[in-house]
Design a protein around this ligand. Structure first.
Ligand SMILES: C[S@@+](CC[C@H](N)C(=O)[O-])C[C@H]1O[C@@H](n2cnc3c(N)ncnc32)[C@H](O)[C@@H]1O
Length: 395
């Protein structure tokens, strides 16, 4: 038996003997852009044992679950054909490392075990949820859980969304300054599901000191949320009635959030974040009427006419154009930007999240961005973008 086959047998035996903890594949030399590592761990999905593969790319993770036999085939392909040069198998008994060496052959070595096994797979699955426990006062008060902490059936989607939201932001939230109290504003907080979760995560999971303000137009929601914050002893969480446009955040703003605020209200929120030089700006835009109206009115003749003649494509165009320009303007002010999928398409079409992390503006890049803005507007026949005008970047 070759060393490589030995390694595959090690994996199979450890799964059979239930001492498999995880497997990592690294030193990637294959052709897929930005792929760095793959982490494989056991999961129980609807009581079926599977192996969950997390493909770690430079700016995102993709997870796929496979039945064991299929997973073993995948691992073999990834090692033999797809360019991973090192694999480490962690079991309760030992770590086994299989490495492609300079002589172009696989070498195997064993080391003392370093990983401990989770209590149960179901427990491991629970730990993935960022809101550590479901037995929290605010979750019950928001009618997401019953008094015993069981998530209501009709609240499962919301619960998943909350956890996914925190998961998307967690690495950036961890990077926020630790030495002082953080100021966070959530513009258009609505019923506060995500505002409460963010407060809880920052203060109780990350143990930072964060004061969070939810800004909301509807008086009834503001009063409900303040009441729940009181009952939960969330002393540094408050909700204020007012508009995003009129709200003046504290000068030391660290995080600005605006999730599903209508049309240009998202721009008003981004503008406040930029003006206060917030460390982190996170928006999930809602409708894109301001740009869409202009697209419809002008009907520019360009190479994309064959698509934009259809209403549904024009709609999607307006969305990408509006949010693309928002990301570009954030970059102009020195924000490192990412555009992510916030929630699955099945739950809501409003599923894009733009995240900006404050870095230093680059003068040369700023000139390029200004030129790109002008070209883009001319190409699509739009006179202005609302955020561009707020920022005074129009020519
Ligand atoms: C779709 S809800 C989203 C709530 C919450 N951010 C979320 O994602 O679950 C939008 C909320 O923003 C509020 N809102 C919209 N425009 C606003 C504005 N200009 N100023 C203040 N609140 C606004 C609405 O009243 C509504 O409660």
């Amino acid at each position: 038996m070759t060393t490589y086959q030995d390694f595959i047998t090690h994996i199979q035996s450890s799964i059979q003997a239930s001492n498999f903890i995880k497997l990592s594949l690294g030193d990637y030399k294959g052709g897929e852009p930005d792929l760095k590592n793959i982490y494989i761990k056991p999961v129980l999905i609807k009581r079926v044992f599977k192996l969950s593969f997390t493909y770690r790319y430079k700016t995102r993770d993709i997870t796929k679950n496979f039945m064991v036999e299929e997973a073993i085939e995948q691992i073999q392909t990834l090692l033999q054909e797809n360019g991973f040069r090192v694999a480490t198998l962690f079991t309760t008994k030992e770590n086994t490392i299989c490495q492609w060496n300079k002589k172009r052959e696989w070498m195997l070595k064993s080391e003392q075990p370093t990983a401990s096994k989770p209590d149960s797979l179901a427990h491991d699955h629970q730990k993935e949820r960022k809101i550590g426990s479901t037995s929290k006062k605010y979750l019950a008060e928001l009618r997401l859980t019953d008094s015993e902490g069981k998530v209501f059936k009709n609240a499962q989607d919301k619960w998943r969304q909350i956890n996914h939201y925190i998961e998307l932001l967690s690495s950036m939230l961890k990077e926020l300054p630790a030495e002082k109290e953080l100021n966070v504003v959530d513009m258009g907080a609505g019923k506060g599901y995500l505002t409460f979760a963010l407060y809880d995560y920052l203060n109780n999971e990350l143990n930072k000191q964060a004061a969070v303000v939810g800004v909301e137009y509807r008086e009834d929601l503001v009063s409900l949320c303040n009441d729940i914050a009181d009952k939960s002893n969330f002393n540094a969480l408050s909700f204020v009635q007012g508009t995003i446009e009129d709200y003046n955040p504290s000068p030391e703003l660290n995080v600005l959030i605006a999730l599903h605020a209508c049309d240009t209200a998202t721009d008003d929120a981004i503008f406040k974040g930029i003006t206060k030089e917030a460390d982190l700006i996170v928006v999930a835009p809602c409708c894109h009427k301001q740009v869409r109206r202009q697209l419809e009115k002008v009907k520019a003749t360009n190479d994309l006419d064959f698509m934009t003649q259809y209403g549904i494509f024009l709609e999607r165009h307006a969305e990408m154009l509006t949010d693309g320009i928002r990301a570009l303007i954030l970059e102009y002010y020195g924000y490192q930007t990412k555009v992510l999928q916030f929630v699955a398409d099945a739950h809501t079409p409003k599923n894009v999240m733009i995240v900006g992390v404050k870095k230093t503006p680059n003068l040369k890049r700023q000139q390029e961005i200004l030129a790109q803005l002008q070209e883009t507007k001319a190409y699509f026949g739009i006179g202005y973008h609302y955020l561009e005008r707020l920022c005074g970047l129009t020519s």
